[in-house]
Write a protein that binds this ligand. Structure first.
Ligand code: XMP
Length: 536
């Protein structure tokens, strides 16, 4: 399959470049700058990302482009553009201070294929400390801005090279997607064959070949990734798949039953294991967050393994690992960091091989694949939920009663978010549609629930805090509940959601009136970083 390679020099927006390319129905791989593949027969173009470093820094990242230049079109973004300038005879100098923000392009060359269809003063997003003061050999300037002379350059030829000082992948570069389309489709010749339907068709075929008549085990969590894997595998190998869903007793209200029913409707063979007694008794009296997580992790592996071992002829363990879990991203010190990997602790004697059919997909693509297979919308748009469940949302020790209280408050909050509809237009509507949520647009407006607008939400029980209240004629001395709702695109960073006041007022009233044991509701207005999404 045709693909674009994105060489990562450590920019925070490298993943975004990947997403934008995929949105053009073109497959792409993000690789560390020095890991260009030996076999590049299916590569149609290369993008060099930005970087927090200067090309002159002692620890600057260097890459050998000799195998690429002249064979494949190259687009350098920010550091990528500066780096090519630097090695091909141009000059890069410090701009004194870091320039950051919106700029407008002034075109010098209106024929450059990268900018076909651009408006005259198109807005772009800059974030750089160095500037290109002399262009590389053979290059000419295409566009400038008020402060940057060489904002974009072009080395024409049979196999062209382009450089942009700005970031086309960022939302504030208003025609950035057009620029990437011009590069990927027009210059590199992508046939735009990467789509959810095509992915399902080819993956089902590959899974059949890979697995043959073997048996596969899959741990389900109720979340979108593992559910999509289950439906894909079910399509490919039917009843050779056995799923295991462990209830550790700290799921949301009715979640175990609801999710089991959903899975049954999807025709999956699921073994539901109610292990809540064991988890809750092992957690009794434990207050330290890390200790709680360790106990839950250990118990989970043991419970899962005990079930998995009963499936004696299993040869494969399937997992819902997705691309952001695997991307080797670079940090500023130059070390390659391998992000977390969801591999469980199944005993080695089972000799299971790993099957990870979503390992190339971003979260929004997983959702599109789910939709393309006809999965119900409520399963596809479900918010992420942490493995340890409500355990990391009950501060202090965990008891069945505290879980019940939190489940009630959380249920009121989440149901409220689903029921409250807002009308959006313009950029806000575009963002929701770009996320793939199928909503009809009327008069340029869409109606969407608060739930669909945010990344993740939940309630937290501050069970070690008590405060005074008054209920009827009675004095109360009970726990507060904190509500948390965040917007995010990948959970690496997040902002607190600006929920409407009337919604918060209604929610708070309902929780305090209906949930016995709670007499106060607060809203968490911390962003990540420095806070995290979960409280523990
Ligand atoms: P934090 O709290 O680190 O969370 O900002 C980032 C994202 O990860 C989820 N999360 C977890 N997911 N097991 C999981 O499967 C965990 O132990 C865990 N801890 C946090 C969190 O809900 C958010 O989406």
């Amino acid at each position: 399959m045709q693909k674009i390679i994105i060489l990562d020099f450590g920019s925070q927006t490298t993943q975004l470049i990947g997403r934008r390319v995929r949105e053009l129905d073109t497959f792409c791989e993000i690789l560390p700058y020095n890991k260009y593949p030996e076999d590049d027969s299916d590569v149609i173009g290369v993008i060099l990302s930005g970087s927090p470093l200067s090309v002159y820094a002692d620890d600057a990242f260097h890459v050998d482009l000799s195998r690429i230049r002249g064979r494949l079109p190259i687009l350098g973004i920010c550091y990528g553009a500066q780096y090519m300038s630097h090695i091909y005879g141009g000059k890069v100098e410090s701009a004194g201070t870091r320039e950051y923000g919106r700029q407008n392009l002034q075109f010098v060359d209106t024929t450059c294929p990268l900018f076909r269809g651009f408006e005259p003063h198109s807005q772009v997003w800059m974030s750089h400390g160095d500037s290109i003061t002399r262009l590389p050999e053979g290059a000419h300037v295409v566009a400038s801005t008020e402060t940057v002379q060489n904002a974009a350059y072009y080395i024409p030829g049979e196999v062209p090279v382009f450089g942009t000082q700005f970031h086309p992948e960022v939302f504030h570069s208003l025609q950035g997607t057009l620029l990437l389309k011009n590069f990927v489709v027009d210059v590199c010749g992508s046939k735009q064959e990467w789509s959810a339907d095509a992915f399902v068709e080819s993956t089902v075929k590959e899974l059949r070949e890979q697995i043959g008549s073997d048996r596969v085990i899959l741990g389900l969590s109720g979340g979108v990734d593992s559910s999509v894997v289950a439906v894909l595998l079910n399509k490919a190998i039917g009843d050779q798949l056995t799923c295991i869903f462990v209830d550790h007793g700290m799921l949301r209200k009715n979640e175990f039953e609801d999710v089991m029913r959903d899975y049954e409707c999807l025709g999956l063979h699921v073994i539901g294991v109610d292990a809540s007694e064991r988890f809750l008794s092992d957690l009794a009296g434990v207050t330290e967050p890390e200790k709680k997580r360790k106990i839950i992790g250990r118990d989970f592996v043991e419970v899962f393994n005990a079930e998995a071992k009963k499936i004696t002829d299993a040869k494969w363990l399937a997992q819902g690992t997705i691309y952001p879990d695997r991307i080797e991203s670079l940090n500023i010190t130059g070390k390659v960091i391998k992000s977390h990997h969801n591999v469980g602790g199944l005993p080695e004697e089972m000799h299971l091989q790993l099957c990870e059919p979503l390992k190339w997909l971003f979260k929004d693509e997983v959702r599109r694949v789910g939709r393309s297979m006809g999965m119900p919308e409520h399963l596809i748009t479900r918010h992420p939920f942490p493995g340890p469940g409500l355990a990391v949302r009950i501060l202090g020790d965990i008891t069945r009663e505290k879980v019940r209280v939190l489940q009630e408050a959380d249920d009121i909050f989440i149901r409220g978010l689903r029921e409250y509809k807002v009308r959006l237009s313009g950029e806000e509507a575009r963002a929701v549609l770009a996320a793939g949520i199928p909503i009809n647009m009327e008069n340029g407006e869409i109606e969407v629930s608060l739930y669909d607008q945010i990344w993740q939400a939940g309630a937290i029980l501050l069970s070690e805090v008590r405060s005074v209240g008054v209920m009827g004629d009675e004095r109360t001395y009970e726990n507060p509940v904190a509500l948390r709702a965040v917007t995010s695109s990948d959970a690496m960073t997040a902002d607190w959601a600006h929920l409407p006041y009337d919604f918060m007022a209604k929610c708070s009233n309902e929780i305090i009136n209906k949930v016995k044991g709670v007499n106060r509701v607060c809203y968490d207005i911390s962003s990540k970083p420095p806070a995290t999404i979960e409280w523990e």
